[in-house]
Design a protein around this ligand. Structure first.
Ligand code: GRF
Length: 193
């Protein structure tokens, strides 16, 4: 319960594999008075994820889970999530695919952000492929997670214009900025807040 607002925030876990700029932004968002979520757990499959540093700085629990054996990893995950009473999961640059068996425990409560206008450019190297195809626009999408990669129902998207001078690096920077605005909007939308 947030004593200043009088409502309980939805306990959320963020899963990462790398830099964690979306995680950083979600933590910031969660701290605002009017955010419907609190971030109570950070999960990474990679102990070298730069984003793990945000756990320490913000005094949030973190767990590194080895995914060599997916079944064992998911069991451990479920244990940690239950222990921390997690109600919602935000994938943010998490490079593992979760099984149906895991997903069913969090129906409509696992979100992912992807740097393309889905259903276009699922998977990796989205910016490179968009540029190679001379797309006029790319962008980012927040969607519900299903066992099929980048294929669940779309919650919200943001279009970004591709300029002639854009490179993979400039386009990914522009889109990442939009991702940081889009993820909180998606959460608010999903929670009907
Ligand atoms: C983002 O572009 C996200 O859309 C994709 O992976 C990247 C993660 O970036 N799934 P960061 O780790 O949040 O900085």
């Amino acid at each position: 319960m947030d004593l200043s607002t009088g409502f309980s925030k939805i306990k959320t876990a963020v899963f990462i594999s790398g830099t964690g700029s979306n995680l950083k932004n979600l933590i910031q968002f969660s701290k605002s008075k009017h955010s419907p979520i609190s971030i109570d757990l950070i999960i990474s499959n990679n102990r070298n994820s730069k984003g793990l540093k945000y756990a320490l700085v913000n005094n949030i629990q973190k767990k590194v889970i080895n995914f060599k054996n997916k079944k064992k990893a998911e069991n451990k995950l479920l244990y940690e999530l239950k222990k921390n009473k997690i109600e919602m999961i935000c994938l943010a640059g998490f490079m593992k695919i979760l099984s149906q068996n895991f997903i069913k425990n969090f129906k409509k409560k696992i979100l992912n952000i992807h740097p393309s206008l889905l259903p276009k450019y699922k998977g990796l190297d989205t910016h490179k492929r968009a540029l190679e195809n001379n797309e006029e626009y790319s962008g980012c999408t927040v969607h519900f997670v299903t066992k099929k990669l980048d294929s669940g129902k779309i919650i919200i998207q943001k279009r970004v214009k591709i300029l002639k001078k854009d490179t993979v690096s400039s386009l990914s920077k522009k889109i990442l900025l939009e991702e940081h605005k889009l993820y909180p909007k998606a959460i608010i939308k999903v929670l009907n807040y």
